[in-house]
Design a protein around this ligand. Structure first.
Ligand SMILES: [Zn+2]
Length: 159
């Protein structure tokens, strides 16, 4: 087998693995967003209930009920209502930022997915530019030649 063929086979395998990795990464990010969205919803529901609390018994009840899906522990409520409220709002905002970060990470991954097959030798151009300088009548003339990329056979992508 020629070196070129060996290299093509290696590249194809690399591309296959990278494609798989990116697909899995995207899937995980989508799942993470789903989980975070559920968490925000729980926090918001909790916050609504929290605002309707009139007695400390009622407060303990909703914290106990909500602690599993809101990660709000009863120890929280040793603080003043003002701080609890601040904490809940901060958590909601923080998780919303996380969603935003996941979404931009997904966009980045999709961009990488688009470019995964690009030939690493010519970076997708399919050819190389070769400039030679020739002397003629005391002047220097550049001559440009385009050489086909042999790795991708001029296609710019590895298939
Ligand atoms: Zn190439």
């Amino acid at each position: 087998m020629s070196n070129l063929e060996t290299r093509r086979i290696e590249l194809k395998e690399q591309i296959r693995l990278e494609g798989k990795r990116l697909k899995e990464k995207k899937r995980k990010l989508q799942k993470k967003i789903k989980d975070i969205k559920r968490y925000v919803k729980n926090l918001e529901a909790f916050y609504t209930e929290f605002n309707q609390v009139t007695t400390s018994k009622h407060l303990t009840e909703i914290v106990t009920k909500g602690q599993l899906n809101t990660k709000v522990r009863p120890s929280f409520f040793k603080m003043s209502k003002y701080f609890v409220e601040k904490e809940i709002i901060q958590r909601i905002n923080k998780t919303k930022r996380e969603i935003f970060e996941c979404q931009s990470e997904i966009e980045k991954t999709e961009e990488q997915q688009k470019n995964v097959k690009l030939c690493p030798d010519c970076h997708g151009a399919g050819q190389f530019k070769e400039v030679n300088y020739e002397r003629e009548d005391g002047l220097i003339h550049p001559s440009v030649k385009f050489l086909k990329c042999l790795v991708c056979n001029g296609k710019g992508i590895i298939e």
